[in-house]
Write a protein that binds this ligand. Structure first.
Ligand code: GLP
Length: 233
């Protein structure tokens, strides 16, 4: 893993943007995208740039079960709002959290991932070391699946909802094996809340107790962190 230290989240977003721009100059076609507060500075760089994404495809990591584009807290809504409405892509994929048959939706999503190999995968990280919604205990060889969210993730994500009872308890998430298919992975983490997870990911053993530690087995991972997130390295 290559660790790049930056001053703050803004500088981290700028760095990730440079890497995406360099990739696009070389002709990459597919971006794997993430939600959460971490990638917002990157998306601001993208929307504020003169880059044209209309020939690009994007594939998002996850979506809450039961939420659709009309729900402000859905990840589809987040992506449209923060990126796609301002910078149209050729195609954008987010799991359908309102699919009647969730198992079929997972299979459909895996077929999408296989048809559009991800060139650069953007990731954040949960405080417990989750990536996408692959919580501690996840199958490191898993593909897209319906997953139960842990109490700590529900607690961390409640800030986006009116009350904790409104936070969905399930999500559809790309699995660790699906994420590992990305040719290059750029994971960003900022703030002291992420220090333990970053330590486990970089220095700890590869274990499903810290799902992000699986990235040690990928040969092109760039970790962009501020000093607070890197404090335990
Ligand atoms: C959610 C998302 C993850 C994200 C994590 C951290 O659980 N499923 O993809 O990395 O939150 O969010 P934040 O960037 O807001 O700290």
């Amino acid at each position: 893993m290559e660790i790049i230290r930056v001053k703050d989240a803004q500088a981290g977003g700028e760095k990730a943007f440079e890497l995406i721009k360099a990739g696009m100059d070389k002709g990459i076609q597919t971006l794997g995208l993430a939600t959460g507060s971490t990638p917002i500075p990157l998306y601001r760089q993208m929307t504020g740039s003169d880059l044209d994404f209309s020939n690009m495809t994007s594939i998002n990591l996850d979506e809450y079960v039961g939420l659709g584009v009309e729900d402000e807290q859905s990840y589809r809504h987040f992506m449209n709002d923060n990126l796609f409405d301002q910078k149209p892509f050729k195609e954008t994929f987010v799991p359908n959290g309102k699919a009647e048959n969730l198992e079929a939706e997972c299979q459909r999503y895996d077929a999408i991932i296989d048809a559009h190999p991800v060139d650069i995968q953007i990731l954040g990280i949960g405080r417990n070391g989750h990536i996408g919604f692959n919580e501690p205990g996840a199958d490191l060889n898993g593909t897209t699946a319906v997953v139960n969210l842990t109490e700590s993730t529900i607690e961390a994500n409640k800030r986006f909802f009116d009350k904790v009872e409104d936070v969905p308890t399930k999500a559809i998430s790309m699995g660790i094996a699906s994420i590992m298919k990305g040719k290059q992975i750029i994971l960003m983490a900022f703030g002291e809340d992420k220090a333990e997870a970053i330590y486990g990911m970089v220095k700890g053993p590869v274990t499903n107790h810290v799902p992000a530690s699986a990235l040690q087995n990928h040969d092109d991972v760039i970790v962009i962190v501020d000093d607070a997130a890197a404090a335990k390295l």
